[in-house]
Design a protein around this ligand. Sequence first.
Ligand code: HEC
Length: 123
Amino acid sequence: MTHVVRWLAGLAVGVSIMAVQARAQAPAPAFTPKDERVEDLPEGPGREETFGLCTACHGYRLVSNQGMARDKWDETMTWMTERHGMPDIQGADRDLILDYLATHHPPKAPARAGGFRNPFAPQ
Ligand code: HEC
């Protein structure tokens, strides 16, 4: 009897090894942040430079979720350099990137007068 139990245990180990191997061969998940393409960004001078620099470390969505004036983008670039070790880009290259960011990701429009209206509020 014990040899049957041992045989079954051996079979179970073999099957689970096969399962692990099958999993290792499964295709990679479909989405990675690398799916962002520079062509998806609004066209304009500085697009390639901005995309290339900012997506070296994180998705462009982290950038495009923000809307800021040029001086705030400037502060953000300084912050990326001081805190996260982004190369300290200066001069014409920095101007190009800041112009791109300020043009295509300006401050978001302020909430409409009255602000949020609760759809469940009594009419
Ligand atoms: C060297 C790496 C690196 C580079 C290059 C870089 N960042 Fe970042 N950035 C980070 C990290 C890391 C975070 C995560 C933020 C945190 O939690 O502090 C971040 C977060 C951000 C955020 C979100 C901040 C928030 O409030 O959540 C913005 C906006 C941003 N980066 C803008 C930029 C822009 C614009 C560029 C290109 C000019 C850029 N980053 C390039 C490392 C980098």
